[in-house]
Each structure stands twice: as structure tokens, then as C-alpha cells.
Ligand binder design. Sequence first.
Ligand code: NCD
Length: 356
Amino acid sequence: MRSVIDILDLSTDELEALTDTALDIIAHPERYARACEGKKLATLFFEPSTRTRLSFEAAMYELGGHVLGFSEAASSSASKGESVADTARIVSCYADIIAMRHPREGAALAAARHASVPVINGGDGGHCHPTQTLADLLTIRREKGRFDHLTIGLCGDLKYGRTVHSLINAMSRYEGTRFVLISPEELRVPDYVRQTLESKGVPYEQTADLDGAMPELDILYMTRIQRERFSDPAVYERLKDSYILTPDKLDGAKGDMAVLHPLPRVNEISVAVDADPRAAYFRQALNGKYMRMALILKLLDEAKNPAPAPEEGLIYGKYRCSNPRCITAVEQEPEQIFRLTGGVCRCAYCESPVRI
Ligand code: NCD
């Protein structure tokens, strides 16, 4: 059964096709209004959400389908100790497709391995968030007209910002992409993300200086400092206002730069920036709904003739993941799974390197 856990589960051709479908939906919404008649989407949100959950739900309604689910772990049997794996098995009896968000890294993969319907990852802890990347990609296509030869500044919490990790994976596949990774030293991208860039030979630089980077950027992707992922609140307090984008800072930017943000914003973009035509973040949130419509259509269509999920390159059972934020730290899997990437053995759920 085809699920989307990581943005790399979709090929570049598939990403292009999804953006084409989304643009067609925007142009001809009436052609899609009954496309999912009789189908049900379950939204399983174990962690707070506004855009992701509601845009998934709006997407299914606009396709003529139905929605069921929960918006917090407290109102599900997770509060009684039920595992993600069992929840996924059960919900597969009631729904045709699942969109889920969970605070643990790898939770969506754990669900997909036990569900009998497609699972879409709506965010797994600080790991990844592929459907936000779909929203980002449609925004890039509509604002910039292309995916290649772009210098992309990612600014803020690059360590815990799961949207950043997925966007880097997606944009690394296009020719001429260059990243400027702007963050305090403590919030730099995790090593598995840096290794992806290095193994693919994608140029990047790490800096703490937003103003210095500004003039060369085609896209500035701002992010919130992810308070809920810090183990020490004092560190969050020290770092929370590291970057605040204001209209005067934008004076140094290209006239056609696009400012993206997955939202919610806290303090990192002043509301005075909203009136600037380069501020694309509210358009980006709307784009997310159209891309989720396109993805639901694609996965439900493929589920009519399910092919076995490809399992190449997986190593079963030999080790244990030591990442305390990984789903496997709290839920038993019959066998843990690992993947060898760039010569490093990583947990297949959370991508942490495994000590052999
Ligand atoms: C993001 C997320 O949940 O990771 N929000 C979203 O889905 N648009 C970003 C964030 O919470 O900062």
C-alpha cells in the first residue's frame, strides 16, 4: 500500500504531476467536486494543528468525501495507552485513507507499517513534514515559476523544524539549488540532513547572519523556534527571538524574493511585513489545501490496485535505535528496521545513526 511518510517517497515526476493537478483544481474546482464521493479520510492528530488538519479536512470535503478523526491525543485511546500501530490497524477498518500527526519521530512510518490503507505523514516530531513541503513546492512554482537555480535561505530553528528537513530533501533534487542555512549555532540542521546535502553535492553554507545573506536569496523560508521540542525552557527563552523579519530588513532583499513560512508565526515575522508583495506565506497556506487534494486523489487512485511497498535496502532487527524521541523508544515493533545511507546505518523511522 502506497503511503507518503517522507517527501522522497515521491519522485520528482510525481511532484510535478501533483503540482499540475493542484493547478488544474484551482482552475476547474467543479471537475473535482465529486471525485472522492463515498470515501472517508481519517485525521489522527496526536499533536496540535490548525493548517495541516483543517486543510486536509477542507481538501476532502472539496473532493466530495467525508472526514472523521480526532484533534488531540487526549480524546483518542492513545490516552489509555494504545499504540500508534494498533490505532492505525483499527482506523483502517473505518476509513479509506489516513492523515496523521504525532509528536514522536517515525510515528507515521509505524502507522503505515500496520495500516491497510494509505497513510500520509502530517508531521512526526522534529523529523519531517512532507505535505507542508507540497504546499511549499506549489508556492515556489506559483511565485517563482520554476524549481531550479534558486538560492534558498532557511532561517530559524533548523534543528527541530521538520518542514525545513523535508524542504531540503525536496529542493536538493533540482539543478542549481543552493541553500543558505541561517540559524544560531545550537539550532543548525541535524547531521543526517547535512549528510544528505553533502552526499548529493548540493552547495550550502551555514551562517547566523540573516542580513548578510539577504541580498543573494531568491526565497527566504522563515521558521518558528519550536518551543515544544526543547528539553530546557531556558535555552528556548534565550533563542526564541533570534530572528525577527521587519520591513527594513527586506530593503536588502531582491525585489522578487519570496518570503515563505509554514506558519504559525510567533515573533519571527513582524506583521508589518504582511503588506509586502513578497510575503507569500498566506498564499502558501492556501496552496497547501490544493496540494493535499491532489495527494489524496493520487493515493486513493493507487489504492485501487495496491502494489507492495518497496522494501529495498532495509536491515531488519539487528540493532536498537537510541534516539529517545523515536517512536521505537516507546512502542515495540516486532523487528526494528534500519537503512544504510551514505555508508551510515540509520534507524528507518527517525534517521538517527545507529551505533554498531
Ligand atoms: C509547522 C509544523 O507543524 O511543523 N506547521 C505547519 O504544519 N504548517 C511549523 C511549525 O509548527 O512551526
